[in-house]
Write a protein that binds this ligand. Structure first.
Ligand SMILES: Nc1ncnc2c1ncn2[C@@H]1O[C@H](COP(=O)(O)OP(=O)(O)OP(=O)(O)O)[C@@H](O)[C@H]1O
Length: 139
């Protein structure tokens, strides 16, 4: 596949990671990605904050192990979608800073993925934690 645009990337050989990275190095690089998203993306922080609030409410309503697994899965899916979205945003900025209809589509689709996972997780959260929490308060 050929790129339609010339990416404005400095292909410095020394900046490239070694081809035979150790598992420790791979893990450290992946963790660096999570840290970057956490520090630079307010959306990532907001999702994490909402997840913590839901987790505290889940602890108050004392959920079953199965419900905790569903909660962890929902949080993981939303945060992973946010990480992919952030990665695509960074890549788009590296390719061009100019207006481009396909970059716009790509960024909007990536943001749409975050929106879909957030709506799904939100519905699960309300049904699984929100209602039981309100019911417990009303008792
Ligand atoms: N190079 C571009 N060409 C065309 N449209 C663009 C371009 N860059 C950004 N956009 C449009 O602007 C929107 C926001 O861009 P971007 O995702 O980079 O900003 P952001 O504020 O970091 O977004 P988010 O809040 O999702 O993190 C995109 O969804 C897209 O519609």
């Amino acid at each position: 596949m050929r790129l339609a645009m010339t990416p404005d990337i400095d292909l410095d050989e020394e900046a490239r990671p070694p081809a035979d990275r150790s598992w420790g190095r791979k893990f450290a690089d992946a963790l660096r990605g999570v840290k970057i998203a956490f520090r630079s993306e307010i959306n990532f922080f907001v999702h994490f904050f909402v997840a913590v609030i839901a987790g505290v409410a889940g602890g108050i309503v004392t959920m079953t192990d199965e419900r905790w697994c569903i909660y962890i899965l929902c949080v993981t899916v939303v945060l992973a979608a946010e990480l992919f979205n952030t990665a695509i945003e960074r890549l788009a900025r590296a390719v061009t800073r100019e207006e481009h209809p396909e970059i716009r589509d790509a960024l909007d689709i990536a943001a749409g993925a975050v929106l879909m996972t957030s709506i799904g997780a939100g519905i699960v959260g309300v049904l699984m934690i929100g209602w039981p929490f309100v019911a417990q308060l009303a008792r």
